[in-house]
Structure formats: structure tokens, C-alpha cells
Design a protein around this ligand. Structure first.
Ligand SMILES: [Zn+2]
Length: 162
């Protein structure tokens, strides 16, 4: 078995796919059997392994949101041992990268969906925001063509930090 990091072309959602071989991946992709677990888009491609971090503020502003997981809690790969030191290093690096991105982003809490729409339709200036949104609402935003992406790690709302 081999595992590929995949992404959907519609909204750049990242997910893992397991295949018996590289040819198996090509075949499934060509027959439209691969689809994004978030938005169901069947146009998927291999993702680069490094996390996509916008380093410069003049790059296209990413709209980042935490998708509320009905099951609760972050998703941890089943096969990943939590006592694996290399994995811990990696998770730490990813958490730091996310924190860097969020420094340039404004927390808008549950107003996320309204804010994202207002920016998308030009009622407000576009800027990086992050906040909370229900899974169904996130899907609605994506269907409207508004780019949202789930955060890898849960974010503690500023009002809950004391
Ligand atoms: Zn997707």
C-alpha cells in the first residue's frame, strides 16, 4: 500500500488516499472514483507535502476557518503513534506555522460566514480572517465559490483566553 497526500482542485482541501500502487491511483483518478471528503469534488491531484503557508501579506489572502467537527476534537491519523518523536516534531512545526499565519489574520468568531460573504461580494475589503462555522455552513460557502479551509489545529477563541 502507498499513501498520497491529495487535494481537491475546487477548494484545495487536503486529505490522504491509500492505494495499492501508483497505477491504482492513476486509474481511480481517471475514472472519477476519487473525491474530496469535504466538498465531494472529484477533481483531485497530489498535494505537495509541505504545509501551504502564506509568507507574504501581498499574496492572495487566505480565508481560514475552523470547521466545527460534529464528532468533536481534531482528527488524528489512526496509524500515527502519539509517542513517535518525529511525528511530535512535525506536529509542533505545523502548529507553529498555523500560529504564524493566524497572526496576520483576524478572529471573527461565529461571525465568520457573514464576514466571508461580505468580503466575497465586495461589501467589505478582503483580508485574512478565521473563525467558527458549522460544517454545513462551510459547505454552503464553498458552493457559493467562497474559499474556506479547515485549520489543522483547534484555535482557542480570544474571548476564552484569560
Ligand atoms: Zn474539497
Amino acid at each position: 500500500m502507498i499513501v498520497f497526500d491529495l487535494k481537491c482542485l475546487a477548494a484545495d482541501h487536503r486529505f490522504e488516499g491509500w492505494f495499492s500502487s501508483s497505477e491504482d491511483y492513476d486509474r481511480q483518478r481517471a475514472s472519477g472514483l476519487l473525491s474530496c471528503p469535504v466538498c465531494g469534488d472529484t477533481a483531485v491531484d497530489k498535494a505537495v507535502m509541505a504545509p501551504a503557508v502564506a509568507a507574504k501579506s501581498n499574496q492572495r489572502a487566505p480565508v481560514v476557518t475552523r470547521t466545527a467537527q460534529p464528532e468533536g476534537g481534531p482528527v488524528v491519523p489512526m496509524s500515527a503513534g502519539n509517542d513517535n518523536p518525529r511525528l511530535q516534531e512535525l506536529m509542533k512545526a505545523l502548529a507553529l506555522a498555523q500560529a504564524e499565519v493566524l497572526k496576520q489574520s483576524e478572529w471573527v468568531g461565529r461571525g465568520f460566514a457573514d464576514k466571508a460573504r461580505a468580503m466575497h461580494y465586495g461589501e467589505e475589503d478582503a483580508k485574512p480572517i478565521h473563525g467558527e462555522v458549522a460544517a454545513q455552513e462551510a459547505r454552503n460557502l464553498i458552493e457559493e465559490g467562497i474559499e474556506v479551509a479547515p485549520l489543522l489545529f483547534p484555535v482557542v477563541p480570544p474571548e476564552a483566553q484569560n
